[in-house]
Design a binder for this molecule. Structure first.
Ligand code: PLP
Length: 431
């Protein structure tokens, strides 16, 4: 067993002053039977806690750390930017630079606005869609998580699913009634809903590769159906690529599946580990945003110089490495192949999913296509697997509903060590 004495004490102290002792629920290690390691520092593919345990990290701050932690070029750029001030609340040239860069990578984003979190990005995109269409209703998919905005905490994934509260208390019935929900990957259910209500729906919002009921890629024809039906009904199609952007491919899920959404939300990687996100899309929709239009949205720290600097540097570093996304995809595939072999050896039924450098496993005999399937996976086996991996210094997300992330910093040796650890962890899961 690893020694978590200092983390345990720090957690007890934190619980006195913060709900659950944390600033985001899943960090509290719900249902895992051990305190969360409190983190001291992280470099490359490794993260170290205050007890001095060092782990190979596949959480990567829940996605942003695609280059690995404390990448020297990113840190240097942030340091230089910080010397000039940490915030201006006024326009800077670098904000146009990141918008141009993002437009190059995501041509469907003709205009964009920066915000501070993925939550803000999705909330603001929905407001824009409602303002643009003059309609109230939105449609989301069960198990997709789009941040904690009121209208999106309905049948949500991620922490909401982990804690068994996909429909949050505190969301008014009035708000929830405008959110329609259908199962992910269910083309007939979606088409039926659009036939019945399509003309009242402002926006369909989707994680084109779901990453908050663990990793669930779209079935063939699903995203095509979304595009076709939304076009038919004049509904705005929003791809929430906060997680899968730059990971499914560098150009996102929209490039992998050749679907052009009307709007896209980005986050995580575009802040290089600092708080930044963005929403954008077709010019005529974005022209509805203040000051050009009547949809109000603003932010004291939006386009913050440190976050924008970290984002630009991260994207540039990724672009400088030929086939960056393919390299990460291959590392991920190698890892999952090893995990699957370990599961087979131990006689544990395992489903492995991957989309580029995001990945996850389900302790399940049948494939997982939606939230219902994800909930049917074996939670006890997940816990045994998770604890065994942690004890072998492999840092995974402490919930079966969370996706894992590969970074460029993960070496072949890291992957080999992680596969070796999986042998034992799968035996634990089999008990
Ligand atoms: N959208 C997706 C797909 C996400 O995965 C997340 C967070 O994990 C969000 C939105 C919310 O982003 P944030 O946590 O930055 O508010």
């Amino acid at each position: 067993m690893i020694d978590l004495t200092k983390s345990k004490a720090a957690f007890e102290e934190a619980k006195k002053y913060m709900p659950g002792g944390v600033n985001s629920p899943v960090r509290s290690y719900p249902h895992m039977g051990c305190p969360p390691p409190f983190i001291q520092e992280a470099h490359g593919s490794h993260i170290t806690d205050i007890d001095g345990n060092t782990y190979i990290d596949y959480v990567g701050s829940w996605g942003p750390m695609v280059l690995g932690h404390a990448h020297p070029a990113v840190i240097k750029a942030i340091q230089k930017a910080a010397e000039r001030s940490t915030s201006y609340g006024a326009p800077t040239v670098m904000e146009t630079e990141i918008a141009e860069l993002i437009h190059q990578v995501y041509p469907s984003i003709e205009k964009m606005r920066m915000v501070n979190s993925g939550t803000e990005a999705t909330m603001s995109a929905l407001r824009a869609a409602r303002g643009y269409t003059g309609r109230d209703k939105i449609l989301k998919f069960e198990g997709c998580y789009h941040g904690h905005g009121d209208s999106l905490l309905v049948k949500a994934g991620s922490g909401a699913a982990t804690f068994g509260s996909p429909d949050s208390a505190g969301v008014t019935k009035g708000t929830a009634k405008d959110t329609l929900v259908v199962p992910y990957n269910d083309i007939p259910a979606f088409t039926k809903m659009m036939d019945e209500k399509g003309d009242e729906i402002a926006a369909v919002i989707v994680e084109p590769v779901a990453g908050n009921m663990c990793c669930v890629p779209p079935v063939e024809g699903f995203l095509e159906a979304l595009r076709k039906e939304t076009e038919k009904h004049g509904t705005v199609l929003i791809f929430d690529e906060v997680m899968c952007g730059f990971r499914t491919t560098f150009h996102g899920a929209q490039a992998r599946y050749h679907i052009h959404p009307d709007m896209t939300c980005l986050g995580k990687i575009i802040g290089g580990g600092l708080p930044a996100a963005a929403y954008g899309g077709r010019r005529e929709i974005m022209n509805c945003i203040a000051p050009d239009g009547s949809v109000y949205q603003a932010g004291t720290l939006s386009g913050n110089p440190l976050a924008v600097t970290a984002g630009i540097e991260t994207l540039k570093q990724m672009m400088a490495i030929p086939d960056f996304d393919k390299i990460l995809e291959k590392k991920t595939k190698d890892l999952l192949t090893g995990w699957k072999q370990a599961a087979d050896k131990a006689g544990v039924p395992l489903v492995c999913h991957q989309s580029g450098s995001m990945f996850g496993i389900f302790f399940s005999e049948k494939d997982v296509l939606n939230y219902h399937d994800a909930c049917s996976a074996n939670a006890a086996q997940f816990k045994a697997w998770f604890l065994s991996m942690l004890n072998q210094h492999i840092y995974l997300a402490p919930s079966p509903f969370e996706t894992l992330f590969m970074s460029y910093a993960h070496s072949d040796e890291d992957i080999e060590k992680t596969i070796q650890a999986a042998d034992k962890a799968m035996e634990e899961a089999a008990k």
